[in-house]
Design a protein around this ligand. Structure first.
Ligand code: HPA
Ligand code: ZN
Length: 319
């Protein structure tokens, strides 16, 4: 039996496996610039975050209808359940779909078809987190939050993703303030490729409750001290860090040092269709390659529920 765990850093569009991409392409009459799934997999060699994002956004062209989003989410939830995930807080990127003429309603209603029956079908509770693309304008983020207003009963929080460097958290101060006033929880990617300063800014300017990645905090001992003291959860994604070259190899990943420092770490799969593993695969990899003990793995699993947006009673029940 795999360890029960919560997945807190997962982009639903990043769970689009090549087989489903071709199936949806055929269903929707979309032509992909790859001969077959093998040729597509060949393209999964990334130099950095941007080279991944280019393919990630390109493949989204196959997602067009509510049913497409439902099928995508259902396939992820089945895989996650098989790997011990009992709770998933799922990011989605509405601006990337709006750019193709796919509205907020199609995305949220479609995802909800799968999320709404996930507990009964897969034994996985879920939350939805709307991410703003940080390489789009602050005005576009504000428009996106407005477009989400009719669906806020289905959306737990907001996040910030896409190309990090040159797009500091402070650019999104206003939309995060408005979201907080609407009762939404707040997270942001910071310190993946961007400097430690972006982590501080996400905390101080955006008021985030968790930091997604946060890897580069290790360059700033004072910041590490603060994150430890304030018990700020970090949603680390070790396999993603290897594929996007934030670290050279998995053996070089600072996760053991981060745990040793007392940071509240969780491990997650980010974009598992692209980075070579779902939640259970990630736990296995850090066990095997980084030599984390069974006790450390249990700590990571425990942290994942502690850092989740589940209510306290429900959190205990799912553990
Ligand atoms: N980083 C930033 N944006 C993203 C990622 C990521 O790892 N995956 C999908 N959007
Ligand atoms: Zn991410």
């Amino acid at each position: 039996m795999p360890l029960s765990k919560a997945e807190l850093h997962l982009h639903i569009e990043g769970t689009l496996e090549p087989e489903l991409a071709f199936e949806l392409a055929a269903r929707n009459g979309v032509t992909l610039p790859y001969a077959d799934t093998e040729a597509l997999r060949e393209a999964y060699r990334f130099q950095d975050l941007q080279s991944f994002l280019n393919l990630y956004y390109e493949l989204m062209a196959v997602l067009r209808t509510e049913q497409d989003f439902a099928d995508l989410a259902d396939a992820y939830l089945a895989r996650a359940a098989a790997q011990g995930v009992r709770h998933a807080e799922i990011f989605f990127d509405p601006q990337a779909h709006a750019a193709r003429g796919i509205g907020m309603g199609t995305v949220v209603e479609g995802l909800w078809r799968a999320l709404g029956r996930s507990e009964e079908r897969h034994g996985v509770s879920t939350r939805l987190i709307l991410c703003f693309l940080r390489d789009e304008s602050a005005a576009s983020a504000l428009e996106t939050l407005e477009a989400a207003r009719p669906y806020l009963d289905r959306i737990t929080g907001i996040g910030l993703d896409s190309a990090e460097v040159g797009h500091p958290p402070a650019k999104f101060r206003e939309v995060f303030e408005r979201a907080a006033a609407l009762g939404l929880r707040r997270v942001a990617h910071a310190g993946e490729e961007g400097p430690p300063q972006y982590i501080t800014e996400a905390l101080d300017v955006l008021g985030v409750e968790r930091v997604d990645h946060g890897l580069r905090c290790m360059e700033d001992p004072a910041l590490v001290g603060r994150l430890v003291r304030e018990r700020v959860p970090l949603t680390l994604c070790p396999l993603s860090n290897v594929r996007l070259r934030a670290v050279d190899t998995l053996a070089d990943h600072p996760l053991p040092a981060m745990l040793e420092a007392g940071l509240l770490c969780t491990v997650n799969s980010d974009d598992p269709a692209y980075f070579g593993g779902y939640a259970g695969d990630t736990f296995d990899a850090v066990h095997r390659v980084l030599g984390l003990s069974e006790e450390r793995l249990r700590e990571l699993a425990r942290n994942s529920f502690l850092a989740s947006f589940l209510e306290d009673d429900e959190e205990r029940r799912r553990r």
